[in-house]
Design a protein around this ligand. Structure first.
Ligand code: ADP
Length: 491
């Protein structure tokens, strides 16, 4: 099945430790990677644990003095070469990504473009890291601030963006002069391995980027409890994030967490309803609804509810479910049978509590070999209410629930009624309302009349149970730099 990949050099069934591909785990155990569109096994990988993680941390630590001493311009040149190689191999990376994560080829190419943009942007930022000279309050002292790399970084990434969750951690880390031990999701390790192969070809020194995979809990424990690892970047579930955050306390390491979301969209009565409908469908159904900033709850003013519901339903009806590698397919499979079960549960729960099924609602009939895939039809549910699971929980599937509201206060209160605080969107043309609502929403990112908010130049991250810290942008780079104050006495 991996025959669509032209450059076979990208296909290691191995981790990477100190520049050496490690294709056998110390206890020889393995795990399988499956294509979620068919259920077929596409690769068998070494199931690594604590031993390999310790070796990877040691390799990252050994090369750290050499990497951080390289002039930023040289580190930037390596990153730029990595970026160019990613661009050159985008068709192959997209084929690998679609096979292991299911997203349609067009979305895979979009993710590769944004991941590559991160690498390029942080290459640019590498040379702009600079400290400060402070104005001292006394004559006989001089005061300076240095910015230095934090050291060895651990990165743990999820399956829903097999590339861009890696590049937004690894690129700023390398730019800052840090070295990295990466644990990609076991569901999608092949994209990570292909990226690491290209980093090697870009002449990133051995040990600067290591990859371990297999027993997530054992690897995670080793990364968290290591004194050598000075920062951990994690994207994934709030449950695992909580575990890592409490563990990181023992070694007092820096931690960035990008966790779950339960994004609201508010459509006010003065909104451009067509624009809102397009945005809602694009956001809610991106990657079959499996992104942490997907629109999860749509609140619509009573006066425009019917018009919006009709527009959302008609746009949803135009989508095509199938194998992401086929042309024209816009909705691929969900990642696992458990994910399919969750969305099925949210739909039946909503319908049993009075929700109106406006479109979809079930597993579509697809020909072999897709019958073994985790497909669910894109689904619109009207007259949703706050007692439903789709209000309280992140669905992480292709479901659009529409809730009615009457007043601005009610809409903002509904939107904020969640433990999460990642992204929120709203549609209005009223300037005063735009400011007020943007300030009142308790979320780290706000899309006003726009859902495509992610960019390498803008800070990505959340508040409340959605996480800590920011990725991308100058704020994301700062997370990989320690501040050192130097006070010089003039005697
Ligand atoms: P998701 O629901 O997105 O799969 P997870 O939090 O389970 O969210 O997975 C995100 C990443 O966290 C993956 O790389 C996964 O392997 C990893 N992970 C899962 N459990 C642990 C753990 N106990 N310690 C460290 N990492 C973990």
């Amino acid at each position: 099945v991996l025959s669509r990949v032209k450059d076979h050099g990208l296909l290691h069934t191995a981790g990477l430790i100190g520049g050496k591909w490690a294709d056998v785990a110390s206890d020889k155990s393995t795990f399988e990677v499956r294509n979620p569109a068919t259920g077929a096994v596409i690769a068998t990988m070494p199931r690594m644990r604590a031993d390999e993680t310790r070796a990877a941390i040691a390799a990252a630590h050994a090369v750290l003095p050499q990497w951080r001493a390289r002039p930023a311009r040289e580190r930037a040149a390596v990153l730029r070469k990595w970026h160019d190689l990613i661009q050159e191999h985008k068709a192959d990376i997209a084929a690998i990504m679609t096979l292991e994560c299911g997203k349609p080829t067009a979305e895979a190419l979009g993710e590769i473009a944004s991941g590559a943009a991160s690498v390029d942007w942080f290459a640019g930022e590498a040379v702009r890291v600079c400290g400060d000279v402070l104005e001292p309050p006394m004559r006989d002292r001089r005061m300076l601030v240095l910015k230095q790399p934090v050291g060895v970084v651990g990165a743990i990434t999820p399956w829903n963006f097999p590339m861009s969750m890696i590049t937004r951690k690894v690129a700023p880390a390398l730019a800052a002069g840090c070295t990295v031990v990466l644990k990609p999701a076991e569901l999608t390790p092949l994209t990570a391995v292909a990226l690491a192969e290209l980093a090697e070809r870009a002449e990133l020194p051995d040990g600067c980027l290591n990859i371990v995979m297999g027993d997530a809990a054992a690897i995670g424990h080793e990364l968290v409890s290591s004194d050598t690892v000075r920062k951990l970047g994690f994207t994934g579930s709030t449950a695992v994030g909580r575990l890592l955050a409490s563990g990181a306390g023992n070694t007092v390491k820096r931690i960035s967490l990008e966790l779950g979301g339960n994004a609201p969209v508010i459509v006010f009565e003065d909104a451009d309803v067509e624009l809102a409908a397009k945005g809602i469908v694009a956001s809610a159904l991106r990657n079959a609804g499996q992104t942490c900033i997907c629109a999860n709850r749509v609140f619509v003013h009573d006066k425009v509810y019917d018009k919006l519901a009709a527009a959302v339903t008609s746009l949803t009806a135009k989508l095509k479910v199938g194998d992401g590698s086929e042309t024209g397919v816009t909705i691929g499979p969900l990642i696992t049978p458990a994910a399919l079960e969750k969305v099925t549960g949210h739909v039946s729960d909503a319908v049993s509590k009075g929700g109106k099924l406006l479109f979809g609602g079930s597993k579509p009939e697809l020909p072999q070999p897709l019958a073994g895939g985790n497909f669910f039809a894109p689904t619109v549910i009207g007259e949703a209410t706050i007692d439903m699971r789709c209000f309280k929980e992140e669905t992480f599937g292709p479901l659009i629930p529409l809730f009615r509201f009457q007043s601005d206060e009610e809409a903002v209160l509904l939107a904020n009624t969640t433990e999460y605080g990642l992204a929120a969107y709203f549609y209005t043309r009223d300037l005063a309302r735009a400011w007020r609502v943007a300030e009142e929403l308790e979320f780290g990112m706000i899309g006003l009349n726009e859902v495509a908010i992610t960019s390498e130049v803008a800070p990505f991250g959340g508040v409340k149970a959605s996480g800590l810290g920011r990725e991308q942008s100058k704020y994301g780079l700062a997370e990989f730099l320690d501040i050192k104050y130097v006070c010089m006495g003039l005697g």
